[in-house]
Design a protein around this ligand. Structure first.
Ligand code: KIV
Length: 265
């Protein structure tokens, strides 16, 4: 199968096709994702919690991200691989360039960075040098100590306006994609009305161009004490991991997942 590129993702979205995206941190999961023809894989820093038993993504190191990225890349010749920049790995422009380069050299095709306007400059620096950036907005787990907990973001008018402006600035800075986590459906729609880069959602409603899910949540082996509203266990009623992942892909493509019950209003 041909390797999915960012232009391929744009073409599919223009043709009104939803993009399927899951996390993977290891060789076998990445292989199953390829077999299911998943367009994109995120080597998420959630791997630190799901795989390594860490308490938060802030404990994840660059070395761990590099090992996971390499394993995922080895198993998969078709999905577009996006690797998370872990906590503090992009705290200065210089560090961001150095660490993003290492992830790309270990098999990533793009990096994901959490933040709003403050990551615009480093997004430009990376994009200009050939490193596509997916900007992660809304609930950003690396900032959990500032946010105060894992809850829906952008509910009040001023925060909504602020997030719309930040999304526009990130697009202007050269972000290739925006990932929205845990925000109300109406805010997703307003953001999408204001930008033209692909928008991927997790707990961001039904309108997004694509959907991502943490693979452990999809398989019902979540590391979280309580499953968030936007999670669905696709292994229930499936006979294998492969069929659960395929079922997820089909549900994203035929727009039955996420449903209203997985959406914040
Ligand atoms: O690390 C991760 O899994 C993520 C997703 C929640 C989008 O950032």
């Amino acid at each position: 199968m041909k390797k999915f590129s960012i232009p391929d993702i744009h073409t599919k979205i223009k043709a009104n096709e939803k993009i399927s995206f899951i996390t993977a941190y290891d060789f076998p999961t990445s292989f199953y994702a390829k077999e299911a023809e998943i367009e994109m894989i995120l080597v998420g820093d959630s791997g630190g919690m799901c795989l390594l038993g860490k308490k938060s993504t802030m404990e994840v190191t660059m070395d761990e991200m590099l090992i996971m990225t390499e394993a995922v890349a080895k198993a998969n010749s078709s999905s577009l691989i996006i690797a998370d920049m872990p906590f503090m790995s992009y705290s200065t422009d210089h560090l961001a360039l150095e660490n993003a380069t290492r992830l790309m050299q270990n098999g990533a095709h793009s990096v994901k960075i959490e933040g709003g306007s403050w990551i615009c400059k480093l997004t430009s620096i990376l994009a200009e040098r050939g490193i596509p950036v997916c900007a992660h907005m809304g609930l950003t787990p690396q900032s959990i100590n500032r946010i105060g907990g894992y809850f829906v973001q952008g509910r009040d008018i001023s925060k909504k306006k602020h997030m719309i402006e930040e999304a526009k600035s990130l697009e202007n800075a050269g972000a290739s994609m925006i990932l929205l986590e845990c925000i109300p459906n109406d805010l997703t729609i307003e953001i999408m009305d204001n930008i033209s880069v692909p928008v991927i959602g997790i707990g961001a409603g039904q309108k997004t161009d694509g959907q991502i899910m943490v693979v452990h949540d999809l398989l019902g082996i979540s590391c979280l004490e309580k499953s968030p509203k936007f999670v669905k266990n696709f292994l229930k009623g499936s006979s294998s991991i492969e069929s659960a992942i395929s079922k997820y892909v089909k549900s994203v493509k035929n727009k039955t997942f996420p449903s209203k019950s997985h959406t914040f209003y």
